[in-house]
Write a protein that binds this ligand. Structure first.
Ligand SMILES: [Zn+2]
Length: 475
């Protein structure tokens, strides 16, 4: 990202400078570099007034002198090496600094000139970096992948890398391919989904009811409900191959069939019709009358409910509905709230309560109906709790791929699961499934996640070229 500055003084010197930053590229980093490079050339003992449009840079500069700014807190500031360099220059040259905030793009002559210089800086080939070895106040630093100095909150940065890893592992799992497809189609709102997984409507922080509900959310979202196909796999001697769906008595019961079984759809239709009325009432009661002229004109259309008007036989007939059944929150259910101009905070509150009531009904009516059949089957076939617990011990051989070649040339390594867990700070690069890479590029601000992007073998994706200096992808 480019930056530029102009020095104006009584001496009428026409000093200009422009340059380009690399690594964790952000507008604030560019601003800090502009401040740093202009302070270097100031004569000793001078009074410097910096006109900048970056409030963030001004605030951070002011916070550096706050009495609460301990060395530990200092290390958590983004670009802390640059700030240390600035403080060093100020001290060495004995400068007096004053900041003046100017409105960006407001016609300020010098600000516009600086903008033009910043744009020119973008086009230069060389980037400006500082050597951490020259900063004596910094006793040590952490380098990621032998190339990138982490000059910001270490814990947050590490957490981000690990979060990326976790979602990669989750989406790469073969049984969760639907979730991956939904993500590629951008049906899932991950922010709301995360909130939903953390949502606790019960009065206590931990309780049996809460655990039970979380377990339902987890099992649904991982396709891990104890349906007959998985029970047969785990307890073949007890089930003896019986896997016919209790509800329709014609197909094999699996997690996928459970949600698309014609009998399930009938039950679900009643539940969703009831909740559609509630859903519409919530939106109508909370819409912002100041921003919406005529509330009668509002048409609330959500595919989660309207899909029942058509015949549903597979998941692809009603993807949004399927998302919600597996406890992922589809964007389409949030859209009517946005159209009714309901604030985000209130939307979350209303939607989470609504989803809780909806899922309670799905659990109580649909899953319990299925379980009644299952209980009856167990009584008829003399299967008790002890049948599952007191079984002859079986030794399963863990299937583990004996794959020692982890180089990118090995096509088996395209899937991260084949590599297993690796410490994110290991000096090893890895391949990434093309589709997961695509999800990242289209859904996250990857510019701010440089360690993660640095840890990839980007050249394996032929169709994508990555320009680290320009920070954009040509696809
Ligand atoms: Zn069925």
């Amino acid at each position: 990202m480019g930056f530029g500055w102009i020095l104006t003084s009584d001496l009428n010197l026409d000093v200009k400078f422009s340059g380009k930053t690399s690594d964790w590229s952000s507008s604030t980093k560019a601003e800090i570099f502009a401040i740093l490079t202009c302070l270097i050339i100031c004569p000793s003992n001078s009074h410097v007034t910096i006109f900048t449009d970056s409030q963030c840079a001004i605030d951070t500069f002011n916070s550096l002198h706050h009495y609460k700014m301990t060395p530990r807190r200092f290390q958590k500031i983004n670009n802390n090496l640059l700030w240390q360099a600035i403080l060093f220059i100020i001290k060495r040259l004995n400068l007096t600094i004053k900041f003046v905030k100017v409105q960006a793009h407001s016609g300020d002559r010098y600000n516009d000139m600086a903008d033009t210089l910043a744009k020119a800086g973008c086009d230069t080939q060389d980037t400006i970096t500082i050597s951490p070895l020259a900063i004596k106040t910094q006793k040590g630093y952490i380098v990621f992948n032998d190339e990138l100095i982490i000059d910001r909150n270490i814990r947050k940065t590490t957490k981000k890398i690990i979060n990326f890893r976790n979602i990669e592992r989750q989406l790469s799992h073969k049984s969760l391919h639907h979730i991956k497809d939904f993500t590629i189609d951008r049906l899932i709102n991950w922010e709301y989904t995360q909130d939903w997984f953390n949502y606790n409507p019960f009065s206590k922080v931990t309780s049996q009811s809460y655990s039970k509900h979380v377990s339902w959310r987890m099992k649904c979202s991982n396709y891990a409900l104890p349906t007959l196909d998985s029970l047969n796999r785990n307890y073949p001697d007890i089930l003896k191959g019986f896997d016919t769906c209790f509800l329709c008595s014609s197909a094999q019961e699996s997690n996928e069939h459970f949600w698309t079984c014609p009998e399930s759809i009938k039950i679900l239709k009643d539940i969703f019709m009831k909740h559609e009325i509630i859903y519409k009432a919530i939106i109508m009661n909370n819409l912002d009358h100041n921003k919406i002229d005529d509330s009668n004109n509002i048409i609330i259309n959500c595919p989660v409910f309207s899909c029942f008007n058509l015949l549903i036989t597979t998941i692809s007939d009603a993807k949004d509905l399927h998302c919600i059944l597996i406890n992922m929150i589809p964007s389409s259910i949030i859209k009517p709230f946005q159209e009714a101009k309901i604030p985000k905070k209130l939307t979350k509150k209303l939607l989470l309560t609504f989803l809780f009531n909806l899922h309670r009904d799905i659990y109580e009516i649909l899953w319990k109906t299925r379980n009644t059949h299952w209980k009856r089957y167990k009584i008829d076939h003399n299967i008790t709790k002890t049948s599952f617990t007191k079984r002859p011990s079986q030794h399963y051989k863990r299937r583990r791929q004996n794959n020692s070649d982890i180089s990118p040339n090995n096509p088996d390594n395209n899937n991260i699961l084949n590599i297993g867990y690796t410490n994110p700070f290991m000096n090893s690069k890895r391949n990434l499934d093309d589709s997961i890479f695509w999800i990242y590029l289209t859904s996250s601000n990857f510019r701010h996640n440089l360690p993660w992007i640095n840890s990839l073998y980007l050249d394996v994706i032929d169709s994508i070229t990555y320009d680290q200096n320009l920070f954009y992808y040509n696809i």
